[in-house]
Write a protein that binds this ligand. Structure first.
Ligand code: FAD
Length: 298
């Protein structure tokens, strides 16, 4: 049987899209590997009516509600290959299954590539954070750090200053220009030049940020904007057009969420770039509605 759509990725965007299509009584299969981007954080914040809940609990509720729709099939397996074209796609899953569908929605999310600094990866989502809107409030003010990865870091540091007293670790990234320096000064952001060599546990639950020999700088949390990579080989295999953003390449889509391959849609982080649960979910809803319409006016 041919599905109306396959959704690759059952995170916030994929499941939000699935809900719209399920409610239109469309046949869909959702392929998912169960590794949402925010899995490193114990709780998720800023999503209306769900503030402070573990992200996994929100997704588990969504899956439960979707499973009640007769036309929805879940498959806990990765999508390995996408073959075919509009109205005649098929996906080969990691469990060997072949699933045919008229449309495909890619919602695989990002994998974050942290700078290669000892101590950073194991603290990701705990005291090493990517987004002040998601986790800055819980830090509770005081000394916080921003680790520069690109020249946008100065602007990021100026924003983070609403959540604490910021030290910007320039980490061998070119220092801010005069205009940005003036903003940083007005925002009381301190600059700490030099390459960050390690992050370790400091006294009193603080993080010790080391910039070579000498006394490390103590902060309660360190914000870093990692490079984000689309978690799927399908864009490369199918030669999809990409768009550059400050955090990494995303999929180029038109206003309906369709990629450069007709009939293949993309939603969530991989279509938006810097996003969050609410934005990814909203984008999943919007893209699903356009995908649904394309099944009618094809
Ligand atoms: C540490 C951290 C904490 C965060 N905290 C918050 C927060 O508190 N509040 C907030 O609003 N945002 C938060 N975010 C951002 C939020 O996680 C993302 O914006 C959101 O998860 C994007 O949703 P998505 O559906 O695009 O992708 P994801 O939620 O990442 O879902 C993608 C899904 O696709 C699956 N998948 C990947 N490849 C395949 C494949 N080939 N086949 C099948 N399935 C596949 C994955 O396993 C995953 O289940 C946080 C991000 C990070 C890194």
């Amino acid at each position: 049987m041919t599905e109306d759509a396959i959704i690759i990725g059952g995170g916030f965007a994929g499941l939000s899209a699935a809900m719209q299509l399920a409610r239109a009584r469309r046949r869909i299969t959702i392929l998912d590997t169960g590794l949402p981007r925010n899995r490193f954080a114990a709780r998720s914040h800023g999503f209306l009516a769900q503030d402070g809940r573990p992200g996994g609990d929100i997704l588990a509720d969504a899956r439960r509600q979707l499973a009640a729709y007769e036309t929805v099939t879940f498959r806990d397996a990765p999508a390995e290959r996408l073959e075919g074209e509009r109205d005649a796609f098929f996906v080969v899953a990691g469990d060997g299954a072949r699933i045919d569908a008229r449309r495909v929605l890619l919602a695989t999310g990002f994998e974050d590539q942290l700078p290669d600094i000892p101590g950073l990866a194991e603290r990701w989502g705990k005291t090493v954070l990517h987004c002040p809107y998601c986790h800055g409030y819980e830090v509770g003010g005081g000394a916080v750090g921003v680790l520069a990865r690109t020249s946008d870091a100065a602007r990021f540091a100026a924003v983070v200053a609403d959540w604490g007293d910021v030290t910007l670790f320039t980490n061998a990234v070119p220092e801010p220009d005069e205009k940005d320096l003036a903003v940083l000064e007005a925002r009381n952001v301190k600059l700490r030049p030099g390459r960050v060599t390690a992050v370790a546990d400091g006294p009193g639950g603080m993080l010790a940020v080391e910039t070579g020999p000498g006394i490390p700088t103590l902060v309660k949390a360190l914000f870093v904007s990692p490079e984000a990579r689309v978690r799927s080989d399908i864009p490369r295999d199918r030669g999809l057009e990409l768009k550059q953003t400050p955090i990494g390449n995303i999929l180029k889509t038109d206003d309906t969420g369709q990629t450069s391959l007709p009939g293949l849609y993309a939603a969530g982080d991989i279509a938006l770039g810097a996003a969050n649960i609410a934005l990814a979910s909203a984008n999943g809803v919007k893209t699903a509605v356009f995908l649904h319409h394309s099944l009618i006016w094809s």
